[in-house]
Ligand binder design. Sequence first.
Ligand code: SF4
Length: 360
Amino acid sequence: MMSGDGLVFRVRPFFGELSVDQAFGLCDLADRFGNGILDLTSRANLQIRGVCEKDQATLLKALDDLELIDSNPAAEGRRNILIAPHWEEGDLTHQLCRDVLQTLPDLPDLPEKMGFAIDTGAVACLSSGSADFRFELTTQGHVMLRADGAQGGRVIPRAEAMRALTELALWFVQSGGSAAGRMARHLERASLPEGWDTATPRPEDKSLDIGPTQRGTVLGAPFGKIASADLRAVLRQTEVASLRLMLGRTLLLRGAFVRKASGFVTAPSRLMDVHACPGAPYCAAASVETMPLALALAPLTVGSLHVSGCSKGCAYPKAAMTTLVGRDGRFDLVRQGRPWDEPCQSGLGPDEVKTMGDLG
Ligand code: SF4
């Protein structure tokens, strides 16, 4: 993708995991071709920003050498897969993800943003992530497939999982879903075929928080920014088996116990409730800087806060208690809403916003 500061390369690690060598390799590529920062996205992918067009082919080759690109371009383009982070080799989650990877090239043509969630680990943890086809477990532990936007799904025998996925994808296309672009939007107008809304998924477990866990340490990356130097430092300070990218702009250092890590948060932090996209000058659509205002407002507010460079809302396409949206060099204020919702105030300067006192 072209952005305000050059090309953006999105890297989707297989099974949501990076080996230590891959992580070091990405740090080197971010320094050599990008701006030295890896962006951890809301879909738990990484981005290298600020790449010159002339370096495009070299960077692609380097990512291929790190085994971070699918050799099948059709599969690579569709590889929007969220996976519950605590999978083990050969378990149900790992197997389902492997099967989805193999099935991707055979699925009908789906809109580019559509994606898949494999939420069949010990606890449910992906419902807040962006996905259209969700593999989950019922409250009794049966595998089910749920169309995003539907309350329930369909229980599927394990051996039939990919056939069921293909069937649901075909229904989406044949019922005109491509015009809506996403499953949940399509279901606002269309009804699923009979039997696709009968099974209830397990409730979400909210306990996966930042800090030490039995499997390693979960680090938070404020605003999703990971400086290559900070990531290298944390990888050198301790033995890490691998890195797993997680929702909420967090990552798991498997097998490692870390108390302090420069550039990351290692305990629940107010900063992780604050969202900001790159803004100006990094994105061509932005007319305002976002991160300085977000940092200044973080200690002055208590509820969820989103500073967005424009109404697209890339960093947090959801409702926040306070959303500030850049427009023509000033900010619109949306309370309890999304960046594209009707603002209650407009034309605010950053200093005006900082002294408002009632932002929430
Ligand atoms: S929200 Fe707008 S300004 Fe921010 S990154 Fe997305 S397109 Fe750019």
